[in-house]
Design a protein around this ligand. Structure first.
Ligand code: VG1
Ligand code: CO
Length: 543
């Protein structure tokens, strides 16, 4: 074994986005590209000498090859120990759990999450810190700075190691432990939830479908739902991870998981259905005849979490990303617990969770989680919902109606305009930013602007400040629109327009969502000049 120091020239644009670096797979496969980003990451964390790293990914195209590269580099850079999921697989929440359980110094998670996979699709890599959560901005900024000046990387001249066989292998001076990706995670779920009540729920004939979307949660869901909880075989759909996710978008929303939605809306549909994304950190919740928006899901979970063993003492507080609806705030107020509004991206929840200020966190993009790990967690959300259903003995639809009758309803939808010309999208945002101060008092269609600003976050725990986290338009009727550019896309720019309107509990709680939000959507389009600037008259995806 020889340690090789390879000289390299920096690659442009290796800037981590909302969740790590995401690029087209072929970009990542260029000679030296992955290596430079990995070396920049190691340099940014003062090296990995003597450290323990957890490594795994969602199994997409290039996952296995990239893990071999990372292992050689970790060994050459002096890491003492690597813990890798068998077959290179680890869901994002399972990786977060392993980092915490094994006291690792950090981890590398290979995933582009909900983005499609394949040689012509997307790949991604992110670094998580010792609390199990995504590296905060100070570290991702340092990684980006390193990528710009890097002149060499260090690796080993060795063959690939066998990632299929559980056990320990020596690579240079580093021990590589190949571990079962599911068992530690399943044990954690068993600690958090009432598995007896869940087994009884399944035994009573309660019918569930879980769509793993050909992605990483298949083995986790089969073990937990079918093997441990006794759900009938076939409860888990699309449960074998594939490198291209069956050529689909592993994005659990009503657009990309339409077959599942059609199933629960059908006459003979299951009582409960759910789906998760590429790396297993997102969730979509459905009940017979009903889709639960992620923002409502967070609020319902906050109001009912005490029904599950892990949260019987109540929750310390709730945090949501800024564009997530304010439904959770109403629950926090009723429970008299703190509620925080953070920028988009799970990395902003870490400090609040570590400080014990919040127990539950959520994002409108189908991410929900708690202090059990430091990532959002798709299957955890499914199990918490099932635990609540087992205790309340009501349908999902009735729980939702009951919630709205208690707190009112926050009608909510996100409109995505994808693959826009990047310059046009940035110009739209810049020009809107320049107008913000002048908007208050102006009317657009049926809506009048009450206030408008650009969201800055002041982290109450670590004091860090993050500017330009989305543009907010508050209307006099209490409705709100938020505009921001996606930080996970790999093609052009994606503009996300988030729309919400609260209706009090004695108002009309059953309007069709898009109809409830039409005025605000129209006003937002007028204010931003959306149609003229983007050439789009309708969004590509509405969730
Ligand atoms: C999107 C979501 C955001 C989420 C991020 C990572 O980011 O909006 O809420 O945290 O994806 O999720 P953006 O910048 O494209 O809006 V995942 O499951 O893709 O790691
Ligand atoms: Co994800």
């Amino acid at each position: 074994m020889t340690i090789l120091t390879q000289s390299c020239t920096p690659f442009d644009g290796q800037k981590p986005g909302t969740s790590g670096l995401r690029k087209k797979t072929r970009v990542f496969m260029q000679p030296g590209y992955l290596e430079c980003f990995v070396q920049a990451t190691f340099n940014a964390i003062d090296g990995v000498m003597g450290k323990t790293l957890v490594i795994g990914g969602d199994g997409r195209y290039f996952n296995a090859e990239a893990i071999q590269t990372i292992l050689r580099m970790a060994a050459a850079n002096g890491a003492a120990h690597a813990i890798v999921g068998q077959g290179g697989l680890l869901s994002t929440p399972a990786a977060s759990n392993l980092i915490r359980q094994r006291g690792a110094d950090g981890g590398l998670i290979l995933s582009a999450s909900h983005n499609p996979g394949g040689i012509d699709e997307d790949f991604g890599l992110k670094y998580n810190i010792s609390n199990g959560g995504p590296a905060p901005e100070a570290i991702t900024d340092a990684i980006f700075a390193q990528t710009k000046t890097l002149s060499s990387y260090t690796t080993l001249d060795t063959a690939d190691i066998d990632l299929e066989r559980i056990g320990t292998t020596v690579l240079g001076d580093m021990n590589v432990d190949v571990v079962d990706p599911v068992s530690d995670y399943a044990a954690l779920m068993q600690e958090l939830f009432d598995f007896d009540a869940l087994r009884a729920l399944f035994a009573s004939g309660f019918r569930v479908k879980f769509d793993a979307m050909h992605a990483v949660t298949g083995p986790y869901a089969k073990t937990i739902l079918e093997d441990m909880l006794g759900a009938p075989k076939g409860t888990v759909l699309n449960g074998v991870p594939s490198v291209d996710f069956g050529k689909g978008h592993p994005d659990p929303n009503p657009i990309w998981a339409k077959p599942l939605v059609d199933l629960v809306m059908s006459e003979d549909g299951p009582d409960f259905a759910a789906a998760s994304d590429g790396d297993g950190d997102r969730n979509m919740i459905l009940g017979k005849g009903v889709y639960v928006t992620p923002s409502d899901s967070l609020a319902v979970l906050a109001a009912n979490a005490h029904l599950a063993p892990a949260y019987t003492r109540g929750i310390a507080g709730v945090a949501r990303s800024m564009p997530t609806s304010r439904a959770a705030d109403r629950v926090a107020e009723a429970l008299a617990v703190e509620c925080f509004e953070t920028p988009t991206g799970w990395k902003f929840f870490g400090a609040l969770l570590d400080a014990g200020r919040v127990t539950l966190c959520g994002e409108e993009s189908a991410g929900t989680g708690s202090d059990h790990v430091r990532e959002k967690d798709g299957l955890w959300a499914v199990l918490l919902w099932l635990n609540i259903l087992a205790m309340r003995k009501m349908s999902v639809k009735d729980i939702l109606q009951d919630h709205w009758q208690t707190f009112g309803r926050d009608y909510y939808s996100r409109h995505d305009f994808e693959a826009l010309d990047s310059d046009a999208a940035h110009a739209l945002m810049a020009d809107l930013t320049a107008q913000l101060d002048r908007l208050a008092g102006q009317s657009f269609g049926a809506c009048t602007v009450a206030a408008a600003d650009s969201f800055s976050y002041h982290d109450p725990v670590d004091g860090s400040v993050s500017h330009n986290q989305g543009l907010r338009l508050h209307f006099t009727c209490g409705a709100r629109a938020v505009l921001r550019l996606s930080g996970t896309g790999t093609e052009g720019a994606t503009l996300r327009v988030y729309l919400e309107r609260h209706t009090p509990k004695d108002g009309d709680l059953n309007i069709e969502t898009q109809a409830a939000l039409r005025d605000i959507a129209e006003a937002t389009a007028l204010i931003s000049g959306l149609a003229e600037r983007t050439g789009r008259s309708a969004p590509d995806v509405m969730t």
